[in-house]
Design a protein around this ligand. Structure first.
Ligand SMILES: [Zn+2]
Length: 385
């Protein structure tokens, strides 16, 4: 092996790229990729009320198909650095593990893909002849994610760039490298239920209308199952996250009560249909006796699934060849930048093991970095083979 994923990951960890800081991480990749023959662009995006963020797009080759690897160099803050046994931005290797913030989420994943691509290009003597390899790397994933992948994709499309298939290198595996590919994600929708009543003295409830009674009725009704799951997904789930009255007085019936909730929904629903379903259930439970309304927050996290096809088969076969494992195609977990990429091309998420992500002493076993590099290399070979 010529390119060393451990060294690349270590160098990236040493860049303090806590969102929205670039920290030198993109500059490092820019140099590495330029030297390997990639054409590299940097694109900074800003929006009122958010910090400007730097992003990178690199491509080698000009033909189709264009296989794109997506990822983020930004990391979450380390928290109390004194709590780390290995400093979060040192990139220490100890007990055969690489330590540091971003080791698994997801500087390690980026390093593995870069090493795999560089080795592949070296082996074929330069540019791919029958396609292109690209990297779409953002510095804005861990925070509000408004100046990152979503804008970088629009920027690339405006330049005439097209993508055929994407690997997003988020830590997808649960226990060992090769156990899980994410091939879709649930949607996420946030709402608030507001019940109105009439304020009054607690000793004279007949003169008031307590909204808490109505809220309890509606909360109970809204917790009924939403579906039984589908071919690709577990059942959708609604979870209340906060119940708020804000009443600091002991002898007062409040005039309003609110409850916030989040729904993780599968492909049995569209966002619109889901809102209709929830509102209809509330209407039935209220039976004309509870005055209520809903506030829905805008959501850009729609449900999607990446259907099984040749691209998925390449990834599954590469994992089986390198690890002997048959990966599960999963749609569980939270949202990711895949929700934006899926509008441009089919996207699979496959990276390291997620167990220590965002934790103190985040680390990736050196063996995992080597295994993931070998898998990415096999996927690239199959893709252009
Ligand atoms: Zn991540």
């Amino acid at each position: 092996m010529t390119a060393d994923p451990v060294a690349i990951a270590r160098d990236l960890i040493r860049c303090r790229s806590v969102t929205p800081e670039e920290g030198g991480a993109l500059a490092y990749l820019q140099e590495l990729l330029t030297n390997a023959g990639f054409v590299v662009h940097r694109a900074a995006f800003a929006e009122p009320g958010t910090a400007p963020v730097d992003n990178l797009y690199a491509r080698v080759g000009s033909e189709k198909p264009n296989l794109v690897f997506a990822g983020h160099t930004d990391v979450v803050p380390p928290g109390d650095e004194a709590a780390w046994r290995h400093p979060p931005f040192a990139g220490d290797v100890a007990d055969a593990k690489l330590y540091g913030r971003g080791a698994v989420d997801m500087k390690g994943g980026i390093a593995c893909f870069v090493a795999a691509a560089l080795d592949y290009l070296k082996a074929i003597g330069g540019k791919p002849r029958n396609g292109s390899i690209s990297l779409l790397i953002t510095g804005d994933e861990e925070s509000v994610a408004v100046n990152g992948t979503i804008k970088l994709l629009q920027w690339a499309a405006a330049r005439g760039e097209t993508f055929d298939h994407c690997i997003l290198g988020e830590p997808s595996n649960v226990e060992v490298v090769g156990d899980t590919i994410k091939a879709g994600r649930r949607g996420s929708l946030n709402g608030t239920l507001i019940v109105s009543g009439r304020q009054g003295h607690v000793a004279y409830p007949d003169r008031a209308d307590n909204p808490i009674r109505g809220l309890v009725t509606l909360i109970a009704a809204l917790q009924a199952p939403l579906d039984e799951g589908s071919a690709h997904f577990d059942p959708s789930h609604l979870e209340f996250t906060s119940v708020d009255v804000g009443n600091e007085t002991v002898n007062l019936i409040p005039s309003q009560a609110r409850a916030r909730f989040n729904i993780r929904y599968n492909d049995c629903h569209s966002q619109t249909a889901l809102k209709t379903l929830i509102e209809r259930r509330a209407q039935t439970a209220a039976a004309g006796r509870v005055r209520y309304s809903f506030e829905w927050q805008p959501s850009n996290a729609d449900v999607f699934v990446t259907e099984r096809g040749p691209f998925t088969d390449f990834a599954v076969a590469a994992i089986a060849e390198v690890t002997g494992r048959q990966p599960k195609l999963s749609t569980s977990g939270g949202t990711s930048d895949a929700r934006f990429i899926k509008d441009y091309c089919p996207v699979l998420e496959f990276g390291l093991v997620g167990q220590t992500m965002h934790a103190v002493d985040e680390c990736a076993p050196v063996a995992d970095l080597l295994t993931l590099t070998a898998i990415y290399r096999r996927i690239i070979e199959k893709y252009f083979g």
